[in-house]
Write a protein that binds this ligand. Structure first.
Ligand SMILES: [Zn+2]
Length: 468
């Protein structure tokens, strides 16, 4: 819905005062919006649970992503992209609203958005564009606000892309612009149809003991992994082989989607990204959701289409920046009715007038609940705020952490209380940002939005996926 409320808080002034070092940097213009005033279509692809460092274009030595690497070479690749939550529904809700989880209120899977927020799909609908979403888990149906066509089912990505292409081919008016969201789940580790990955597992698997040893040494030297967290070399390789095979499988599906849609014309922007990463053993944790370390939050982002200048953007960007970027590219307003968003367009030079600088990336952990596999999780809330150099992680029930990302990119050496001025700046900014925005009045625990009842509709699927 297009209800209006201001998310911008008075705390912006405080943030500006505190964070001069973070705000004062000019962000160069990497891409120009298209000059022609013609409606343009957008395809948003989210590949669930995709760590950016497992794509070839982000430096991974395995051949997991031949198509996405080509797309990145032809388009713009963003090197450092931070998710606001290491959990599926909250991160996707942030992509679709440009709001943080504590602002939109979707804090865990199965929860839905309140109607007052303007989703990306709704912005396209206002112009009369076709809007369609095809997602590979049922619980994301709670985010279908604004889509005139939506299909949500737990399935492999080939079937999801089949459905999306069927929709694309059967549109009544092929000249009408569209916004299409396709979500693929194949890299996700939870139980599911894995037999389709076997060819990719065989392709990627180390061919002999020496190759295995070199790969494990690479992970240890370059990816912050302590191999000893795995009970055996075989288990480590099995985990990585399966994860990487899921990426390679998804890569092929995105290629199918792109090949057919891009061949129909040159007026379509492709946005490929992910909702969060995966532990894979970093910080002695295999999955996602529990922590806010780099392997949980850093995801890829590739833009491809007319008006997108090829190249690589190194500076920090956030998933909340996708919303204004897509709207600006499509020639749509980035705010409606005065509602403020958290993102900045990546097509133009951002101006530091909102509540959080584009140089800062915020994240929060999903709530701990009664699920058995979350029994050992730390109680309370965990939140983080980072620049491209430093990262502060706040724990309500444990000691805070601070990392120098230049010296320690995988966040293994906690330097809290060593006297860094950046530590104190980030701590104060994080506190001001969270306490000064709308989280409290919108029900930070998700209990005021009625979505707990909604969540029960998906309990069977969530249990089967291992979330409950
Ligand atoms: Zn996810």
């Amino acid at each position: 819905m297009l209800a209006r409320r201001s998310i911008l808080s008075p705390i912006a002034v405080l943030c500006l005062a505190l964070g001069t070092v973070f705000f004062a940097v000019s962000c160069g213009k990497e891409s120009a919006p298209p000059k022609e005033e013609v409606p343009r279509s957008v395809v948003l692809v989210t590949i669930d649970t995709l760590r950016s460092d497992h794509l070839g274009s982000y430096g991974y030595p395995r051949d997991t992503s031949p198509f996405l690497d080509r797309l990145a070479a032809e388009g713009r690749r963003f090197e450092s992209v931070i998710s606001p939550c290491s959990h599926t529904a909250p991160a996707h809700a942030s992509i679709l609203t440009s709001l943080q989880p504590f602002q939109h209120g979707v804090l865990k899977n199965g929860q839905g958005l309140r109607e007052e927020f303007d989703t990306l799909a709704e912005q396209f609908s206002v112009r009369g564009d076709n809007t369609a979403g095809f997602v590979s888990v049922g619980f994301l149906s709670e985010l279908q606000q604004g889509f005139e066509t939506f299909h949500a089912q737990w399935q492999t990505g080939d079937l999801t892309v089949d459905r999306a292409l069927d929709w694309f081919r059967s549109r009544q008016d092929p000249t009408r612009p569209f916004f299409l969201w396709v979500h693929l789940y194949d890299p996700h580790s939870l139980k599911g149809p894995r037999e389709k990955l076997q060819d990719d597992v065989a392709f990627l698997r180390a061919k002999d003991v020496d190759e295995s040893a070199r790969f494990i040494d690479y992970l240890s030297s370059n990816r912050g992994l302590d191999p000893s967290v795995y009970p055996s070399t075989e288990r480590l390789l099995e985990r990585y082989d399966t994860y990487d095979a899921g990426i390679r499988f998804a890569d092929r599906q995105v290629e199918r989607l792109h090949r057919e849609i891009a061949s129909q014309g040159s007026d379509t922007l492709f946005v490929v990204t992910s909702d969060h990463g995966e532990g894979l053993g970093n910080h002695d944790y295999g999955d996602h959701g529990r922590y806010l370390y780099r392997e949980q939050l850093q995801v890829p982002l590739i833009l491809w289409g007319p008006g997108i200048t090829p190249g690589v953007t190194d500076r920090l960007v956030r998933l909340v920046d996708i919303y204004p970027t897509v709207l600006e590219w499509a020639g749509l307003p980035t705010t409606v009715g005065g509602r403020e968003i958290e993102g900045y367009s990546l097509l133009d030079s951002p101006t530091p007038t909102r509540s959080l600088s584009p140089r800062l990336a915020y994240a929060q952990r999903r709530p701990k609940d009664g699920a058995g596999h979350r029994e050992n999780w730390e109680d309370g809330e965990i939140r983080s705020l980072q620049t491209d150099r430093f990262k502060y992680i706040s724990h309500s029930e444990a000691a805070d952490e601070f990392f120098d990302l230049e010296a320690d990119p995988w966040e293994m050496d906690n330097r809290i209380d060593e006297g860094s001025s950046a530590e104190e700046d980030l701590r104060r900014l994080l506190e001001a940002y969270v306490t000064g925005s709308v989280g409290a009045e919108t029900g930070e625990d998700g209990s005021e939005d009625g979505s707990e009842d909604e969540a029960t509709k998906h309990d069977d699927e969530l249990r089967a996926l291992g979330y409950l």
